[in-house]
Design a binder for this molecule. Structure first.
Ligand code: SF4
Length: 383
């Protein structure tokens, strides 16, 4: 197949791995720890485990899985707010499929549906708007999540609803922004990252320039990466090349899809419909300043937060849940006490086990359980 198989070529992958080994061997570094490269995006995490990329790399490179899965960072309190809206008698609550199973403190949206609420899965906000048109006597609410990747489609749907005079449609806006999140990670004392694989999909919208502070002020290299195995290997190679040459720059491996200046139409829609929140609460990461957006007052009629009363409570994760440490890359998913036992994709305790982009779900699906038992066996043998 053209344009997919080319990015999964085994011979080229092996060639790149050899060059990565050569590059890393020539880097003067602290030998007591591996070089840590964080992939910010959940899509990269999924590809890394799907294609076994981590296992191909020399032991001197560690990939740290970042917080770029929007479903995984939804706090319990937000799910409780969704359930409270869905429980209203005249509401049709719409959401992307993977948000259905994220646990709230009382129940997930899937459990709310089983209890009789009208919760429906949609593939886009436009599907929710179509539902509102077909059901003029009902209130249709769309649960809007995601980084800048999905912000434009929600914004354009709101603008369409306004143009068409659809009054029974609103958005529960939980969109988040990538730049303050990366800054919070760089400021975290727990982490000593040496470089980043930048989020390809977000960069299609926002371009390269918003990341320049990472190179300029934090002196870390970043390479915006595509999602196929050769994209990821080449991006790791590019990060290592910068480290070897003592450079810190924002480079773009994914130029075939992510233009330097982003997408002007999408950015205009974002600026028109949203404004920054003072802070946003992240699962496991706590509150991060200016890391989320809300609807501007001009669009109050489409803002579910203004239309409906919600509990709006901060709910702590269960004690056994270590999602925050995994999200910050402090521990690996299989090091969580409940990974593969109390927390599985069928019975997720934390959100990282729900979405296919979640680090725990990816580890579980592509060999994480086996890896954990292998290491346990090695430890038992050593004892
Ligand atoms: S195994 Fe479950 S509880 Fe533990 S970090 Fe992963 S998602 Fe969270």
């Amino acid at each position: 197949m053209k344009y997919v198989d080319e990015f999964r070529d085994r011979a080229k992958a092996e060639f790149l791995v050899k060059d990565i080994e050569r590059l890393v061997a020539g880097i003067k570094r602290d030998q007591s720890r591996p070089l840590q490269i964080m992939e910010v995006c959940g899509g990269h995490t999924h590809s890394i485990f799907r294609y076994g990329i981590e296992g191909m790399l020399p032991k001197s490179i560690e990939l740290v899985h970042g917080p770029g899965c929007p479903v995984c960072v939804l706090p319990m309190g937000v799910i409780d707010d969704c359930v409270a809206i869905a429980e209203r008698p005249n509401v049709i609550f719409t959401t992307f499929g993977d948000a259905m199973r994220v646990p709230g403190s009382r129940k997930s949206l899937l459990q709310a549906k089983a209890d009789g609420c009208d919760v429906r899965m949609v593939y886009s906000p436009m599907d929710a708007l179509a539902l509102a048109r077909r059901n003029p006597s009902r209130e249709v609410v769309f649960f809007a999540i995601g980084f800048e990747t999905t912000m434009p489609s929600t914004a354009l749907t709101v603008l369409q609803a306004e143009r068409d005079g659809v009054e029974n449609f609103s958005v529960f806006c939980n969109h988040i922004t990538i730049v303050p999140t990366i800054k919070a990670i760089l400021d975290s004392p727990d982490l000593r990252l040496d470089g980043f694989l930048g989020p390809g999909h977000v960069s299609v919208v926002i371009g390269n320039t918003p990341y320049e502070f990472i190179a300029r002020y934090y002196k870390r290299p970043m390479v915006i990466a595509g999602f196929e195995p050769l994209d990821i290997l080449q991006s790791i190679w590019m990060v290592l090349k910068q480290i070897r040459e003592g450079r810190c720059e924002i480079e773009n491996q994914y130029a075939r899809a992510a233009p330097e200046s982003g997408n002007a139409v999408a950015l205009e829609a974002i600026a028109r419909v949203y404004e920054l929140r003072e802070f946003f609460e992240w699962r496991g990461l706590g509150s991060i300043d200016h890391s989320g957006v809300k609807m501007r007052a001009e669009y109050a009629g489409f803002d579910a937060e203004r239309k409906y009363a919600m509990p709006n409570l901060k709910i702590a994760d269960p004690k056994s849940c270590q999602c925050g440490e995994v999200l910050k890359g402090v521990i690996k998913p299989w090091q969580c006490k409940v990974f593969g036992s109390a927390c599985t994709p069928e019975t997720p305790l934390g959100a990282l086990m729900v979405s296919s982009e979640g680090a725990c779900a990816a580890y579980y699906q592509y060999g994480g359980v086996r890896r954990r038992s292998d290491e346990a066996a090695v430890e038992a043998g050593a004892a």
